[in-house]
Design a protein around this ligand. Structure first.
Ligand SMILES: [Mg+2]
Length: 186
């Protein structure tokens, strides 16, 4: 598989609590900062409808797991502790809005060869160890980049691309936002 392949439309899926949702973070949950990183909580901004979407999706999926590349730490632009604080505050906000995140995996490595850096599948493998009940054929990755789609492809998950339609990577569905995806799942 390569980036830029045709989108194939999938039919209706029956999702229940045996399913697992994998979420990319930047560009899906919060606003991506172009050519920069979200380095502290002040720079973190939830995308429109994301909190509501996670709340809705929490009632449908058995597990919600975040998998995020955070190379800013490896580059020394921010500290791992800053990332942990951001994730704690993000989880708090999600909880206050009746959503739940079961785990957050992040990869701070610089090298594209690193096992944990998407599109490599290290973070997915870690999730499978921590949550042995996960069924990959009953898992969906939602991401906004090609590396998310390849990550999902390698793990045999369903793939949902968040994007405005200007670019298209190989995905099973494409939606404008996590919120739009959550409306479809409902
Ligand atoms: Mg992203």
């Amino acid at each position: 598989m390569h980036c830029g392949a045709q989108i194939k439309k999938m039919g209706y899926l029956e999702i229940d609590n045996t399913w697992t949702l994998f979420l990319d973070r930047d560009g899906v949950i919060n606003e991506k900062r172009e050519n920069d990183y979200v380095k502290n909580w002040n720079e973190f901004s939830f995308l429109n409808g994301a909190l509501q979407a996670i709340s809705t999706l929490s009632n449908i999926f058995g597990r919600i797991i975040i998998v995020t590349n955070q190379r800013g730490v490896g580059k020394g632009v921010m500290k791992e502790g800053d990332l942990v604080i951001i994730h704690n505050k993000m989880s708090q906000e999600i909880k206050l809005n009746f959503g739940k995140i079961d785990a957050i995996y992040y990869c701070t490595e610089l090298s594209d060869d690193s096992d944990c850096r998407k599109p490599n599948i290290g973070m997915g493998e870690k999730a499978l160890i921590d949550f042995p009940e996960i069924e990959l054929t009953k898992s969906i990755i939602v991401g906004d980049s090609c590396s998310d789609m390849i990550f999902g492809e390698r793990l045999n998950m369903k793939k949902v691309l968040i994007g405005n339609g200007e670019y298209k990577f190989d995905s099973d569905w494409q939606f404008e936002s996590l919120y739009a995806f959550s409306l479809m799942i409902l």
